[in-house]
Design a protein around this ligand. Structure first.
Ligand SMILES: *[C@@H]1O[C@H](CO)[C@@H](O)[C@H](O)[C@H]1NC(C)=O
Ligand SMILES: *[C@@H]1O[C@H](CO)[C@@H](O)[C@H](O)[C@H]1NC(C)=O
Ligand SMILES: *[C@@H]1O[C@H](CO)[C@@H](O)[C@H](O)[C@H]1NC(C)=O
Ligand SMILES: *[C@@H]1O[C@H](CO)[C@@H](O)[C@H](O)[C@H]1NC(C)=O
Ligand SMILES: *[C@@H]1O[C@H](CO)[C@@H](O)[C@H](O)[C@H]1NC(C)=O
Length: 307
């Protein structure tokens, strides 16, 4: 398959998030057990002064939008504690059935003045999720990171393609999933995930627009600082993230992070080349998203620089 670099995507880091505060456990002995089981005030406390809290912030999507980059950049802030894994609490029945105490147990230990954030990109496109989150906390702050819908589809395909390649499974060439009988194949799920207005309507039934901050994923990759400043403002965090937290890696062609002097870059799987797509099909895709994008811009009262 011919590979053509269509865009840079960086979405997983080579190392797990570093706790945003230096670990002051002293000694380094075995961790003490929590003093309490999940309490109904939504916290469990630990003798070292940290506690698990239900998230105050959720990064809800979109898949391949840059959610990993966003959570890593957000955890540069000392007032933020990030869950390491995608918890899939609200979208997977087997997890949701375990209830909030289980969800709480998946959260990082944080200081009481820190805000806890979890990210699961599949939340955005799952129609039962907004209601469930609203039931947990109607005032929760939501972050949504979006990219050009066409680029996102190609990136989505690329990820599935590599996953299948790794498992030595068969894969279909991109043209045959994108197009059916000469028309854009509406049955292809990756296309649906890029119909942002469809999913956004669902969220706006439960949350006001003021509770949802949209991060421009294309901008975050190109120049992270201005986007992160907007995120800090939205979350009412003390301005802390600054230019010295980012440095441009010329080999990679995008920014890496500097956190307390430690440097780290996103995982190489995140900068993969997209497949080559015949220009005529690409053109069809851009056209396909034209109207849905317009609807989305109207819905959120803001435009994006999408082709
Ligand atoms: C406090 O204890 C928890 C649970 O053992 C641990 O995960 C966390 O790193 C500790 N934090 C500090 C600052 O010591
Ligand atoms: C929540 O409950 C825990 C355990 O019972 C307690 O230690 C903590 O102080 C409580 N936090 C708040 C904010 O009430
Ligand atoms: C797209 O996804 C939404 C939400 O899951 C669903 O309601 C809708 O029917 C889907 N549309 C198509 C064309 O598959
Ligand atoms: C940027 O932030 C770092 C870490 O918080 C701090 O040490 C440094 O002084 C800041 N630099 C500027 C230019 O504000
Ligand atoms: C820059 O990226 C290259 C290629 O991924 C990597 O090998 C190198 O360690 C990075 N350098 C820095 C300073 O981040």
């Amino acid at each position: 398959m011919a590979a053509l670099l269509l865009g840079l995507l960086l979405f997983a880091m080579q190392s797990p998030p570093i706790p945003s505060r230096p670990v002051a456990d002293g000694g380094g002995g075995p961790p003490l057990p929590p003093t309490s089981s999940p309490a109904d005030n939504g916290t469990t406390s630990h003798p070292n002064g940290t506690l698990q809290q239900l998230p105050h912030i959720l990064i809800v999507g979109v898949r391949k939008g840059g959610t990993r980059a966003l959570i890593e950049m957000l955890s540069l802030h000392s007032s933020v504690a990030a869950a390491q894994n995608e918890v899939h609490f609200f979208d997977w029945e087997s997890h949701f059935q375990r209830g909030l105490p289980w969800y709480l147990s998946q959260m990082p230990y944080a200081f009481p003045d820190q805000l806890t954030v979890e990210k699961t990109p599949a939340y955005f496109t799952s129609s039962k999720v907004p209601k469930r989150i609203h039931q947990m906390n109607p005032d929760i702050k939501l972050l949504l990171i979006l990219r050009d819908p066409t680029e996102r589809v190609l990136s989505d395909y690329t990820q599935v393609f590599y996953n299948r390649l790794q498992k030595h499974k068969r894969y279909q060439p991109i043209e045959s999933v994108l197009v059916k009988d000469g028309e854009i194949n509406l049955g292809y799920k990756a296309l649906n995930r890029s119909l942002y207005y469809v999913h956004m309507q669902n969220w706006l039934q439960y949350f006001p627009l003021e509770s949802i901050h949209i991060v421009d994923g294309d901008e975050l990759i190109r120049d992270p600082l201005p986007e992160m400043k907007k995120v800090e403002r939205f979350l009412k965090l003390e301005p802390q993230i600054n230019a010295s937290n980012f440095y441009f890696n010329k080999t990679k062609g995008f920014y890496c992070l500097r956190d307390h002097g430690r440097e780290r870059c996103l995982h190489d799987s995140k900068g993969r080349a997209h497949p080559h797509v015949a220009p005529a099909i690409l053109q069809k895709l851009y056209q396909f998203f034209h109207e849905p994008n317009k609807k989305f811009f109207e819905l959120v009262g803001r435009t994006f620089n999408w082709k």
